[in-house]
Design a protein around this ligand. Structure first.
Ligand code: PLP
Length: 480
């Protein structure tokens, strides 16, 4: 605490201390229900008599700003709004207003836990830091020449990065495109957001897979006032007939798909279904959003064609990103689509953030365009495969009856059905106590009794230990 009472000031010390805490409370630095330092500790910090602190806290209490209880100390009152009407807006009111719905509370709670280093994190859908190409980035940063313009760039993103991405998607996903049909985004997430905001209207019906990453980002769809219809996949992805039925009932305006190593199930949409879905798209004029962040993660041969490369009449908007194959913190993703659509999305992106920062774009361009990238991808695939095998082996050894799953060919997640799971909340809490977190299935879809373990987020030893902790939590959660 840097502030100290001023002994040369005419104002009594207790009044200065009370005024300081009043300001801290009113600025929000000390939020409602937070605990103030103990009288003894604060007296020592300020080198004053304890009775001075008692008087200062009594002053705050008389203003209604704090409550004092024997045993639990002095806390900021839970409802201070209005008491500070001299200078404080009612932030509660503002916080609850706004057109964007909050994230699911359980996501916020688990994210808090993930900051603790002792926790084994199977929840965050990303690679662990040892899989990031940090050293290669260091070499690029220290030895490649940076000659980019540091002003506002083109709304579609850095042209040279777009050209490199055009080559990348041609080489790896057989997509023919050029720089003018690409928009650089802050990850695939921003691409989804721009599409929802820019191409759809309140009341529009959209189809998403259940479970899926889109279910996880449901607040994004709901905030835009969309009617979200869920389609359940089987082992070959969603059934085209389900889409037709849905369209007949609700006039679907857009279909969101994650065809390759779907998050969270790991399924791959079969070629036959890809073609049928494209036929439906053409017949009814419904655009398909192909979200493809995982297709380069497979250790084995994987050559399922993208919907984008099959659907040559511009029905597909193709999204991808470097988050799951390079680094999630880079925040580089892209959308590929017809010019008017890309320009519309770029215009919205410009209104939101005046375009993407040049630095991640420059590093991404240098990395993708170098020999580092193929080398990195091939190593990444091998390492992910080993982690997946480790998770499967650990589950087979420790929970052979309780956990069911299909081992995916790629991706970074394992989607598991937990047999006999009766109290999901209790399992989450017990797991936190044991030091492991995972994604509860219900935030990725409508059905309960599932969990998603992200094996890309831990090394083999952490995976073994994490599954052991999970088993203990599962046993604990079923005890009465
Ligand atoms: C299918 C899918 N789409 C999009 C995203 C968003 O990723 P990012 O914005 O980091 O590229 C994720 C992240 O988990 C995902 O799984």
């Amino acid at each position: 605490m840097e502030w100290k009472p001023n002994r040369d000031d005419q104002k009594p010390l207790y009044k200065q201390i009370a005024a300081y805490f009043e300001a801290e409370i009113s600025s929000g630095h000390l939020p409602p229900a937070s605990t103030l330092p103990s009288e003894r500790a604060l007296a020592a910090t300020y080198a004053v008599n304890r009775s001075t602190i008692v008087a200062a806290y009594a002053e705050l209490e008389s203003m209604g700003l704090v409550t004092r209880q024997k045993g639990s100390g002095t806390k900021v009152s839970s409802d201070i709004w209005g008491l500070l009407n001299k200078r404080m807006p009612n932030w509660n009111h503002y916080v609850e207003a706004g057109s964007v719905l909050p994230n699911f509370p359980i996501v916020q709670r688990l994210r808090e836990q993930s900051k603790d280093d002792r926790i084994i994190n199977f929840m965050s859908g990303e690679l662990s830091s040892d899989l990031f190409p940090t050293e290669q980035f260091q070499t690029i940063l220290s030895s490649h020449r940076f000659t980019e313009n540091l002003g506002y760039d083109e709304p579609q993103g850095n042209e040279r990065l777009r050209a490199v991405i055009a080559e990348h998607v041609q080489a790896y996903r057989n997509i023919q495109t050029d720089a003018s049909s690409i928009l650089i985004t802050s990850g695939a997430q921003q691409a989804l957001h721009l599409i929802v905001q820019g191409l759809l209207q309140q009341g529009d019906a959209v189809a998403i897979e259940d479970p899926s990453y889109c279910c996880y980002t449901l607040p994004l769809f709901r905030s835009a006032g969309l009617h979200v219809h869920l389609v359940k996949p089987d082992n070959n992805g969603i059934r085209p007939a389900d889409l037709i039925e849905l369209h007949k009932k609700h006039r679907i305006r857009m279909i969101f798909l994650n065809p390759d190593f779907q998050n969270p199930t790991g399924t791959v949409l079969s070629l036959e279904r890809r073609k049928k879905i494209l036929d439906i798209s053409s017949e009814f004029g419904i655009p398909v959003i192909e979200d493809d962040p995982y297709s380069l993660t497979s250790a084995g041969e994987f050559n399922q064609p993208t919907l984008k490369s099959l659907g040559l009449n511009g029905n597909v908007l193709y999204i991808s990103s470097l988050s799951k194959i390079v680094a999630s913190g880079l925040r580089v993703g892209w959308v590929i689509g017809p010019h008017p659509v890309i320009q519309r999305l770029a215009d919205i992106k410009q209104q939101v953030d005046f375009g993407h920062s040049i630095f991640p774009q420059w590093v991404a361009k240098e990395f993708l365009d170098s020999a580092y990238f193929p080398h990195h991808i091939s190593l990444l695939r091998q390492k992910l495969e080993r982690r997946k095998q480790e998770m499967v082996t650990s589950l087979q050894a420790l929970l052979p009856e309780q956990v069911e799953y299909e081992t995916p060919q790629g991706g970074i997640h394992l989607w598991c059905k937990i047999n006999g799971l009766s109290n999901e909340n209790r399992l989450i809490e017990e797991a936190i106590k044991k030091g492991v977190i995972f994604t509860p299935g219900r935030i990725m879809g409508s059905e309960s009794g599932f969990v998603r373990f992200t094996y890309g987020r831990g090394n083999e030893q952490q995976i073994r230990e994490g599954i052991k902790r999970f088993k203990e939590a599962l046993i604990e959660s079923t005890m009465t």
